[in-house]
Ligand binder design. Structure first.
Ligand SMILES: Cc1cc2nc3c(=O)[nH]c(=O)nc-3n(C[C@H](O)[C@H](O)[C@H](O)COP(=O)(O)O)c2cc1C
Length: 178
């Protein structure tokens, strides 16, 4: 799909068709796209846990998502996104290079995740990034190591609704040219 069309047509989808599921092959293609993103000194600290198993999905929905996000992601697969902490933005001795600290890890993960959701759209899949979740519960359920920071849960599947585009600012609202 043309890049402008992908950018324009991607929406946060909150209703999924449970009869159609993302495949492992699609997930691999999408994660390969995420990996093409730039990162601090090419540190590539993003990590992904894709939940296709229904029982694990239900456990996450019941115990780690608020009811509205659990409902929105019903029928989709879940991708838990994390990053290895204290590496992106840090020197070899483990000291932060500047005041942003692990902010660079979040930054890199966001770049990866932008690629991820755009590649999903390119393949005909839709997504919902969920930042309102219980990170500690997710760590416990998926046994995520302590050196990774749990960030978002991304629902991924086939849309069962028409999502409308929330209003956007214009370039002149956010751009200062000096
Ligand atoms: C970091 C982040 C966290 C978000 N968390 C949630 C969430 O917990 N629940 C939800 O329904 N939408 C969530 N969203 C989706 C936003 O509400 C959505 O991206 C925004 O309204 C713009 O709509 P669009 O994605 O369709 O362009 C989140 C988006 C981002 C980028």
């Amino acid at each position: 799909m043309d890049l402008d069309k992908v950018l324009e047509s991607r929406r946060s989808v909150r209703k999924y068709d449970a009869t159609k599921q993302v495949t492992e092959k699609d997930l691999e293609t999408i994660i390969e796209a995420a990996i093409q993103a730039p990162s601090w000194k090419n540190s590539q600290t993003a990590r992904y846990y894709a939940v296709l198993d229904k029982d694990v999905h239900n456990k996450i929905s019941d115990e780690a998502l608020p009811a509205f996000n659990a409902k929105s992601s019903t029928g989709a697969a879940l991708i838990i996104t994390t990053f290895v902490k204290d590496r992106s933005g840090f020197d070899r001795e483990g000291n932060p290079e500047n005041e942003c600290g692990n902010g660079w890890g979040y930054y890199d993960l966001g770049l990866h995740n932008a690629n991820l959701i755009l590649k999903a759209k390119d393949l005909g899949l839709d997504t919902l990034i969920m930042g309102i979740r219980d990170g500690d519960k997710i760590r416990e359920i998926l046994n995520i190591p302590e050196n990774e920071i749990v960030v978002s849960v991304i629902a991924i599947g086939y849309s069962d609704s028409e999502a409308t585009k929330p209003k956007r600012k214009r370039a002149e609202d956010i751009l200062t040219i000096i």
